[in-house]
Design a protein around this ligand. Structure first.
Ligand SMILES: [Zn+2]
Length: 288
């Protein structure tokens, strides 16, 4: 991770996924989380076949397949993308080839269908192959029943990107919130495709309104959490947003704002991953 800035964030993420073990965390009611290939992958096993949320990086395919085989012998039949980013969709093509129908917000399909630049990553993604594209898309919400589980997909509106959705396993009381939550690490915010700090805060408030103390919350990155995790994330985002807004209003440049260290009390806990304190201040500064 240390050389992420020099090597570039996307190559760093791919190299990490190429080396990382894929760890399995069983939750409840047939739902598990696989961690180690880009964003957290949720799996629901059962007689209708495996349903996956997000597809990780293709470089991890062998280790993802091994982890899935260890869960059950069911084939993969469904894939949901929480948003369009590569660390959540790069494996779409092989998972589709394995037999899965892909569901996502319409903007996920839009961004995967064309060449898309993410300025914050200094990276331009080519169009994805046809097999990687979602074929069942929606705008506001979408529901399905799979493995005796009611599954609700809901659009956040612009948040981390303009394609983010929540996925709720209703009977299990488990929610995958995609990259609207990074547990214990500063989040990336993709202004190039419609994200903003205020959108992230809005999505976090909405997540808080959708859960109880018993809900299991799967973040896009970091360990599985709960309602308290969301509250702590919301408090961190709003505090830093306000600190940066005050400095910007005083006329401070981006460099002066970074030098004032408006994230300082949070850095030991949140600043230890790809998104450094200076980079996170840059992302917040763009949106206030
Ligand atoms: Zn993302």
């Amino acid at each position: 991770m240390k050389n992420a800035q020099s090597k570039g964030i996307v190559p760093t993420m791919i190299d990490d996924a190429a080396q990382a073990k894929v760890k399995t965390y069983p939750l409840r009611r047939g739902i598990s989380v696989l961690e180690g290939s880009g964003g957290n992958i949720a799996v629901l096993t059962g007689k209708d076949g495996k349903l996956l949320i997000d597809s990780g990086f293709t470089v991890s395919k062998v280790r993802i397949v091994e982890a899935l085989d260890n869960l059950s012998a069911d084939p993969i039949t469904q894939l949901i993308n929480t948003h369009w980013h590569v660390d959540h969709t790069d494996g779409n093509a092989w998972i589709h080839s394995a037999g899965a129908t892909i569901r996502a917000h319409e903007n996920t399909k839009k961004h995967l269908s064309t060449s898309t630049r993410v300025e914050g990553w200094q990276y331009t993604f080519p169009p994805s192959p046809a097999g990687a594209l979602p074929t069942t898309i929606f705008n506001e919400e979408h529901h399905l029943h799979h493995n005796d589980t009611s599954i609700a997909l809901k659009y956040y509106g612009p948040a981390h990107t303009d394609s983010d959705i929540s996925v709720v396993f209703e009977e299990a009381d488990v929610i995958h919130v995609g990259d609207t939550l990074w547990n214990g690490i500063y989040p990336f915010i993709d202004y190039s495709t419609g994200g903003s700090i205020d959108g992230m805060i809005c999505a976090t408030e909405r997540n808080l309104s959708m859960v109880t103390d018993k809900t299991i919350v799967i973040p896009g990155h970091g360990p599985v959490g709960n309602k308290a995790t969301l509250a702590e994330f919301r408090d961190m985002l709003t505090t830093i947003r306000n600190n940066v807004a005050v400095l910007k209003k005083q006329g401070k440049s981006l460099d002066e704002t970074i030098a004032a260290r408006p994230t300082a009390p949070h850095d030991a806990k949140w600043g230890q991953f790809l998104i450094t304190p200076a980079f996170f201040v840059t992302l917040v500064y763009s949106g206030v």
